[in-house]
Design a protein around this ligand. Structure first.
Ligand code: SF4
Length: 431
């Protein structure tokens, strides 16, 4: 039998790379929010209310905004919706919400924007889909109409190509050229190319119509992860427009979260993406704000931004005797999310807090020491005691049925002492 090869020192050593440098893009201001040009990656979302339902849309935009959405898109699909937009903007302002509003236009956007100037003025950005802005000879004029209105009101646009509504004339042209080529590529590669070209040709056309580059954000959304990665990598390679990332029709629940995170994670790691939206289909009666939470968690777990304190929890295994640690992890996480809107102003920097909730002694103390505050609950056969670690040092041992409540109180004390107005000193206490 051959002896296994001993790894050489060369193979054992090397640079352990982090994320690539951010792809350089032209910064675009959407209301007061900067997108691209090195600005922090912006989280955005979209309502699923009927925009003509003014109260319902205000409530959902407010919920998305409070959850952390830094821009919110609303559908503007018909006259009633266009007429509602300025009232929605005004209603939000009365609630103190200034989150930029983006109008999503398809087919008749040019007409709605022209007929409802108050809508055109109230929105902070218009989203145009080059695949359905009009057809044949009307396409160019209707696209031009929207760009002219955007220029008139000094609004940026997102030129958002979409696989499901790809410009069919462009696709047919590229397919015909491919068929005639001596070395034809497969149809999927041609469709990817059409996606990239659709976005870039429309952006070039907008520039010819007088729209500067710092008023344009591009997207090219696809529902298949590999296609999305390929299309965006190419879009970034060929241009320096600010880029909106999103996997379209990602789906429900874990499928949507996994697919979006896989695709966007790879692109973000490669330095691509200035604003992201996670397009989740909510469960019936589900909470629309989940897509905001997922977007924030994706950016935070990858180290690009911090939004809320992170709770690290072990998955549990046969060493755990009960669901206590799962319940504690869930309750701490929910507690932090609920309290964050108030904490943000009361405790600057609290979003960088790390909390660990671990199930037993194997990894509990080690992981807890890496957190700002962590607890290691007793596993099977362990003494019924839960050591708490603060800033890497053993702080106290909790015992008895009130462990969860006691730990929560310690978290609050830690936050107050570490981030509160009066005290910045590290927390110290004896066993
Ligand atoms: S810390 Fe303990 S309970 Fe948690 S997964 Fe590891 S061994 Fe299991």
């Amino acid at each position: 039998m051959n002896k296994p090869e001993k790894p050489s020192q060369e193979k054992l050593q090397g640079d352990v790379a982090g994320p690539s440098a951010r792809h350089k893009t032209t910064q675009v201001m959407v209301g007061k929010v900067a997108v691209g040009g090195g600005a922090p990656i912006v989280v955005q979302s979209m309502t699923n209310t009927d925009t003509a339902d003014i109260e319902g849309t205000i409530a959902q935009v407010a919920a998305l905004s409070r959850a952390g959405s830094e821009m919110v898109r609303i559908t503007v699909d018909r006259e009633e919706a266009a007429a509602a937009v300025p009232h929605i903007r005004d209603g939000l302002r009365k609630l103190g919400i200034t989150t930029p509003l983006i109008g999503d236009f398809h087919y008749i956007g040019h007409k709605l924007l022209a007929d409802y100037p108050a809508c055109a003025e109230a929105l902070d950005k218009y989203r145009i889909n080059p695949g359905n802005v009009g057809f044949k000879n009307k396409r160019d004029t209707q696209f031009a109409d929207i760009i002219e209105i955007a220029n008139k009101y000094d609004k940026p646009v997102r030129i958002g190509a979409n696989w499901g509504s790809l410009d069919q004339e462009l696709l047919t042209k590229l397919m015909d050229e491919n068929t005639a080529s001596p070395d034809p590529r497969d149809a999927r590669a041609v469709t990817r190319e059409a996606m990239v070209q659709s976005a870039l040709l429309s952006a070039a056309r907008a520039q010819e119509l007088g729209m500067p580059k710092n008023k344009m954000i591009l997207s090219a959304k696809v529902s298949a992860v590999q296609d999305l990665i390929a299309v965006y990598q190419e879009l970034a390679r060929r241009s320096d427009y600010a880029i909106h990332l999103g996997l379209t029709e990602a789906g429900m629940g874990s499928k949507g979260i996994v697919a979006s995170s896989a695709a966007l994670g790879i692109l973000l790691q490669g330095g691509i993406g200035d604003t992201i939206r996670i397009s989740l289909t909510p469960e019936p009666g589900g909470d629309r704000t989940l897509e905001v939470q997922v977007a924030q968690e994706l950016l935070q777990t990858m180290g690009f931004r911090t939004f809320v304190p992170l709770v690290a929890a072990c998955p549990g295994c046969g060493r755990t005797t009960s669901t206590t640690f799962q319940e504690l992890a869930r309750s701490i996480q929910d507690f932090i999310r609920e309290e964050m809107p108030g904490w943000k102003t009361q405790y600057p920097g609290v979003e960088e807090l790390n909390v660990a909730v671990m199930g037993c002694i194997v990894n509990g103390p080690g992981e807890s020491k890496h957190a700002n505050i962590g607890i290691s609950l007793p596993g099977t056969g362990e003494a019924p005691a839960a050591p708490v670690f603060v800033d890497g040092k053993k702080f106290r041992t909790l015992r008895g049925p009130g462990i969860a409540a006691d730990f929560k109180a310690l978290v609050i004390d830690y936050i107050d002492q570490r981030y509160g107005a009066g005290a910045k000193a590290p927390v110290t206490a004896a066993e």
